[in-house]
Design a protein around this ligand. Structure first.
Ligand code: FES
Ligand code: FE2
Length: 385
């Protein structure tokens, strides 16, 4: 008979258990303690040591192809926007007005300047304050003193990354070992076709871990993509990397999605039906396939909710073949497919979160197919420990 766990653990003990599993060999590793997903002390540590320190992904550079295009995002408590300037450069700024802290832009769109909806202070897309009415009697007021704080941004193979940490190593350096795998797909040419934001009732790490393992595909996704992926083709990196993990898997050649279009002239051999699935720690995860790419970018909302940004882009040869109503129909079918996949995932990750609150919940053993969860434990333990 299994001994029930003896109640809440102090944060230090949760971290000690995380360290023990991270340090164990994979064939002895355990899943993380249930309270890693619920403890307020862990969430506070993550704010200080993960969310304000690491690179996060707000979307594709191709989401903002034209001057004036912008998307909004957040880093911890800080709303930000990312915009393409008139010079074609992508920059990121605090989305908080320097007058009296109004959040300015919402969602995504195109604008030649940022106008605060409260008193109409107006900023250029390079963050400079250009207009501030009725400030002539405010002694010493100088618009140059009230520019929007600029945020570090880096574009890597079509992805935008942002961080509040001036000392974080560059994305290009951190992901150097991933670069050859991703570069062959020419992801920077893919065309975004869908983007959605959702809030799910689970801890962000449970959704991240769910993405990282294909063990659940035949069961949780049996109605969608579960049957297309022969699990014995799954490969993992030779050694753990500090900033990311990934797996590589082959799709059956008759899969509806995940195989190269006949006009794709750069992928050869097995790569025409092989996908790379990186997780860039902490929370950017994607499936990069020869014909499409879909991603998740996660941000916690407290321990029990996660903000999910979900997006899909398709290879240019797939995009250009489809025109007019045919493209609309194909897109509707693709969106419906991913909505179904997401719903299957939401069900399980909300289910595990509910389970993690049970008195009898306990860590279990990991399969070799959960290798990336073990890599994630190493990352978490390194950051939080
Ligand atoms: S808060 Fe933005 S103009 Fe006043
Ligand atoms: Fe899934």
């Amino acid at each position: 008979m299994t001994t029930p766990p003896s109640g809440p653990l102090p944060t230090s003990e949760i971290l000690a258990q995380l360290r023990a599993s991270a340090d164990a060999p994979l064939n002895r590793a355990m899943s993380s303690h249930p309270q890693l997903y619920r403890d307020p002390g862990i969430a506070a540590l993550e704010d200080a040591k993960i969310w304000s320190q690491d690179w996060l992904c707000p979307g594709f550079a191709a989401d903002i192809p034209n001057p004036g295009d912008y998307i909004t995002f957040s880093i911890g408590p800080d709303p930000i926007f990312i915009a393409r300037g008139q010079d074609g450069e992508i920059r990121a700024f605090s989305n908080i007005c320097r007058h009296r802290m109004m959040v300015m832009l919402q969602g995504s769109g195109n604008a030649s300047k940022v106008v605060c909806p409260y008193h109409a202070w107006t900023y250029d897309l390079d963050g400079k304050l250009r207009g501030a009415g009725h400030m002539e009697r405010s002694t010493g007021f100088n618009k140059d003193d009230h520019c929007l704080p600029e945020i570090r941004v880096e574009v890597w193979h079509g992805w935008i990354y942002v961080t509040l940490n001036p000392d974080a190593p560059s994305v290009a350096d951190s992901l150097m070992a991933l670069e050859p795998l991703v570069a062959q797909f020419k992801l920077g040419d893919y065309i975004p076709v869908a983007s959605q934001d959702h809030v799910w009732d689970t801890n962000w790490k449970l959704l991240a871990e769910n993405f990282m393992e294909s063990y659940h595909l035949p069961t949780a996704h049996k109605a969608t993509l579960g049957g297309w992926l022969p699990l014995d083709t799954v490969e993992f990196p030779d050694r753990p990397h500090a900033a990311f993990t990934h797996q590589i898997f082959e799709k059956l050649p008759d899969s509806t999605y995940g195989v190269a279009h006949r006009d794709n002239d750069h992928l050869v051999g097995r790569w025409r039906h092989t996908s790379v699935m990186p997780t860039v720690f902490p929370s950017h995860m994607y499936v990069l396939a020869p014909d499409h790419c879909w991603y998740l970018s996660l941000r916690p909302q407290g321990a029990g909710q996660v903000h999910v940004r979900f997006g899909v882009a398709i290879a240019p040869e797939v995009h250009s073949e489809l025109q007019g109503p045919e493209r609309d129909a194909w897109m509707a079918e693709l969106n419906q497919f991913f909505d179904h996949v997401n719903e299957e995932d939401r069900l399980v990750v909300e289910g595990i979160y509910a389970g993690s609150g049970a008195g009898l919940a306990a860590a279990g053993r990991l399969s070799w197919l959960e290798r990336e969860i073990h890599d994630f434990q190493k990352y978490l333990s390194g950051r939080l420990g």
